[in-house]
Design a protein around this ligand. Sequence first.
Ligand code: MG
Length: 260
Amino acid sequence: MSLRGFLIDLDGVIYTGGVQVPGAMETISWLRHEGYPFRFISNTTRRSRKSISLRLSAMNLDIPSEIIFTPAAAAAALVRQRGGSRISLLSTGDVHHDFEEAGLQQSLHDAEVVIVGDAGDNFTYQAMNRAFRLILEDVPFMALERDRYWMDEGGLSLSAGPFVAALEYATGRSAELVGKPSGSFFRMALDSMGLSPGECAMIGDDAVSDVQGAMDSGMAGFLVKTGKFRPEAPPLIARPPTAVLSSIAALPDYLQKSSQ
Ligand SMILES: [Mg+2]
C-alpha cells in the first residue's frame, strides 16, 4: 500500500469533548515534516469552518480553515452551483456563517431547499414540523450528515441522523446526503489535494461514515479506537477496516512499518 495523502476526521480523532487526543499534534507535525498532504473532513454541523479553526488553535493546533471540509461548506457550494439563494436551515451554533458567507439567506416561507444538520436543542417540535411541511410541499431536502450519534462531553448523544430519518419517515421523501459518507464530499477534499482515492486513506472514529464510506469511495479506511469507538458494540460494516489504530498517535509507526 503506498499512501500519498490523508483525510482526517476531527471529532473523536484529533479531539474529544474539547480536549486534544494525546499525540494528535505530534502526528500532524510528522505528516507535515514527511511531506504528506492532508485535509480535515468533519461531519460536525454545529460550527463554521472558522470557528473550528479557532477551536483547534486554542488546543495548540494550527489548522487553517481552508483545509477543513464540513458538510455546511459543501452544502452551501452545492446550493450556489444549482442557482439557489434562499434556504431553510435547521442547525445550531454558528454554522449559519458558512451559508451567509456563500451569499445564502435564511427564509421561513419561500425557501428553495431545506437543510438539516445536527441542531441539538433546536430540534423542537415546531422546527421539525416546519421542515416537514416544506418537504411535503416538494422543497428539496438536504441532510448535512446522518450519523446516528456522537461523543459529547456528557456521553453519547443523538446526531442529525435520527431526525433526518424522522422527516423521511413522515414525508416519504429521501434526503440528499451532503456529509460523510457521501462520495462527492470525500472527492471534494481529495480534489483539493490533487490526489485520487486509491492514493489516500481516511482516518476516523466512525466505522460507518468514515471508514466504510471512504472504502466504498476507493480509499483505505483507518479506524481509531478513540472518540465514539466502542469495543463492545461491533460496528455495522460489511468489510473490516484497512487498519485499526489505538489512536492517531499510532499513525507514524504504522506507516513506517507498512512501508518496510
Ligand atoms: Mg468523528
